[in-house]
Structure formats: structure tokens, C-alpha cells
Design a binder for this molecule. Structure first.
Ligand code: FAD
Length: 324
């Protein structure tokens, strides 16, 4: 049957939040299309119980494939087989680098159109339409598909509802992996620094943007947060998170987290509307920017015009001195 297939990434017995959002989004779209949303789980020894939990987010059925975890090529093999055997018209991914890799490989394998960094999906004329920002996020492009379509969301583009407690039927599928798919092995997983920081609960947030110039620019922000001590943390804009300078978990804004700390100190952040919506309720906003016309100054309580590389070290000294 025609339908939407969602790749559900899981790790240590829990599904990735963006995958859950994609399942819920697929369920919404499928009901408008008059079809079903299905999910696919690839991994070693995944229990039916875990796979079935995706029913609570709207999956009508879950395909379970025994295979290597966390690698793109085996998932391409598995999704190509399931989509071909079951006649799915669309595949949907929650976002992230693995989704980009799998989606691109899958599109090439089954001859589908592919759209990445999608922020919104709708139904028009019985087909899916995907929207993605282009030209430095200044315009929106719309993708429609002549045949099958692969849609890969931006991280956090799809809202994650709470599970309704339902379970889905689980169908185990045997997949014959391509020879190249079994060549790579996952040997180790690492955690990104800051990935576990609770920025939503912080009283003092030191946020960095592209003006930091390089990933190491975050070191001085960590030092400043450390000088404040207590309940302080470091956050980031989407631009630097997308560039891989800082973890997604610390992203503030429309497609990140919404915060309202006592102090929000923005260093090298322009103040785009999508960033503003995530931090505008902060009690005190202080911005450091070398451009006196930067939009962030329009909604800051205190603006410091200058080079953050000169100002942040002075601030660290001043805060430490004050704290004694
Ligand atoms: P830039 O806009 O490049 O700004 C860098 C700033 O640093 C400039 O103002 C510059 O003057 C200053 N600077 C440079 N060097 C120095 C220096 N040495 N000292 C001091 N200042 C310096 N963005 C988010 O942040 N969060 C979101 O959730 C988000 N969601 C989005 C969703 C959609 C649908 C779209 C279209 C966009 C979204 N964006 C989001 C992106 C947003 O539009 C901006 O592109 C982004 O916020 C810009 O990040 P930035 O301020 O780090 O970089």
C-alpha cells in the first residue's frame, strides 16, 4: 500500500527524539493522505516491545530488521527493500547527519526525489509538499515529487508529542545486506561536550554565535560560565550548531530550546528572529557584537560594541574579582 515510512533511530533502548517527532508528523500527514505511517527500526536484538512503542506516536506498523546499528548503508538496504515490497511513496527522517546520509543513499537506490533540511511538510492535491529554507535562510523553496519522495527534516523541525501509550504491530523483515554495507563496523560512540547540559534550567546562560570564529571560541565562554559558577551554562545559535561547533542540545531558538534565564549574555550573535524567539523572555539580555547595527542590540538591556575576543577575557576577570 502507499504510505509513509519513517526511520526510527534508537540508542540504548530509547528512540531518538527527532525520530519520534518524524513518526508523529508522518501519522498526521498519512491521515490527511488517507494512508498509514509506518516506521522501520534497524539494530541488533531490538525487542518487539521497544519497536512497538512507536505505535504510541502514530506508527500503524513497525518493520524490524536485524542488522548493524548506527551505520547508514545497512539502513539504506533495509529501507529500499521495505519501501519496494510495501509500495511506500515517501520516506521521512527526523534530521541529523545519519538521516542525511541514509536519505541521500536511499534516494539514489530507489530513484526518488530528496529534500533535506525541511522545516515544514504539507499535503496538496493528495501529495506531500516539503518546504526548506534556502539562500542563507532568506527564502523558502517548495519541493513536490513526481514519483517517490524522501524528506529529511531539520533537527527539531517536528514537534514531539507525548506517547498516547499505544503499541504498533511489529513485522520482522529479513534483509540481505549489500556486500559494502557490512564492511564498516561501529567501534565506539562518543558524547559531544555540553550535550548533557541543562540550558533550560540555567540562571545564567552564556550564548555563542558565529562571531566566535571557530569551535575553540566556546572555550572562553565555558570559562565565563565557570566564573559565574552556580547554575550557569553555555548555549549556542543554530549557525554554530549546524557547523558542528557545539552540540544541538544547546541550541536556542525557533528550532531549538526556549529559555528565560536571569542573565542571557550573547557573544557574537546577530539576533536573527529565529534566535530571538527562543531567548527574548530572559530577564536581562547583554550582547557583545562588533557591529553596532546588529539586530540583537534592538532587544538587549545592555549592548557592548566591540571584539568579543577582547571583551570576554576582561569579563571573566571582572566576574572572578567580584566573586572574590
Ligand atoms: P550570524 O548571523 O552570522 O552573526 C554573527 C554575528 O557575530 C554578527 O552580528 C557579527 O557582527 C558578530 N561578530 C563577528 N565577529 C565578532 C567578534 N570578533 N566580536 C563580536 N561580534 C562579532 N537560529 C538560531 O539561533 N536558532 C534557531 O532555532 C533557528 N531556527 C531557524 C529556523 C528557521 C526556519 C530558519 C529559516 C532559521 C533559523 N535559524 C535559527 C537561523 C537564523 O536565521 C540565523 O541564521 C542564526 O541565528 C544566525 O546565527 P549567528 O547569530 O550565530 O550568526
Amino acid at each position: 500500500m502507499a504510505g509513509i515510512l519513517v526511520y526510527a533511530l534508537h540508542y540504548e533502548g530509547a528512540f531518538n527524539k527527532n525520530s519520534l517527532g518524524a513518526v508523529a508528523e508522518a501519522a498526521r500527514l498519512a491521515s490527511e493522505l488517507g494512508t498509514e505511517a509506518h516506521a522501520i527500526v534497524v539494530g541488533e536484538g531490538v525487542s518487539d516491545d521497544l519497536a512497538g512503542q512507536l505505535g504510541g506516536y502514530g506508527a500503524a506498523k513497525v518493520f524490524k530488521v536485524e542488522g548493524p546499528e548506527g551505520l547508514s548503508q545497512p539502513v539504506v538496504d533495509a529501507m529500499a527493500k521495505v519501501m519496494t515490497d510495501n509500495g511506500h511513496d515517501y520516506a521521512l527522517f527526523g534530521g541529523g547527519l545519519l538521516g542525511f546520509e541514509i536519505g541521500a543513499g536511499l534516494a539514489a537506490r530507489i530513484g526518488a526525489g530528496v529534500t533535506m533540511e525541511v522545516t515544514s511538510v504539507s499535503v496538496d492535491g493528495g501529495k506531500l509538499v516539503a518546504e526548506r529554507p534556502i539562500l542563507g535562510d532568506s527564502s523558502i523553496s517548495e519541493s513536490r515529487y513526481k514519483g517517490k519522495g524522501i524528506i529529511i527534516g531539520r533537527l527539531n523541525a517536528f514537534e514531539v508529542p507525548a506517547s498516547n501509550g499505544g503499541t504498533a504491530a511489529v513485522e520482522t523483515v529479513d534483509v540481505e545486506f549489500s556486500p559494502w554495507s557490512t564492511k564498516a563496523k561501529m567501534v565506539q560512540r562518543g558524547e559531544q561536550r555540553g550535550a548533557d547540559v541543562d540550558i533550560e534550567g540555567a540562571d545564567v546562560l552564556i550564548a555563542g554565535g558565529r562571531g566566535l570564529g571557530k569551535p575553540e571560541g566556546f572555550d572562553q565562554l565555558q570559562d565565563l560560565a565557570g566564573a559565574f559558577g552556580g547554575n550557569s551554562a553555555v548555549a549556542a545559535t543554530r549557525a554554530v550548531v549546524d557547523a558542528g561547533w557545539y552540540p544541538y542540545a544547546a541550541q536556542i531558538g525557533q528550532t531549538g530550546k526556549t529559555v528565560a534565564p536571569k542573565l542571557y549574555l550573547a557573544a557574537g550573535i546577530s539576533g536573527a528572529i529565529q534566535h530571538k524567539v527562543g531567548m527574548q523572555s530572559s530577564e536581562n539580555i547583554v550582547a557583545i557584537n562588533k557591529d553596532s547595527n546588529a539586530p540583537i542590540f534592538e532587544f538587549s538591556d545592555l549592548g557592548i560594541v566591540g571584539d568579543l575576543n577582547k571583551i570576554v577575557p576582561k569579563l571573566i576577570e571582572a566576574v572572578k574579582a567580584k566573586k572574590g
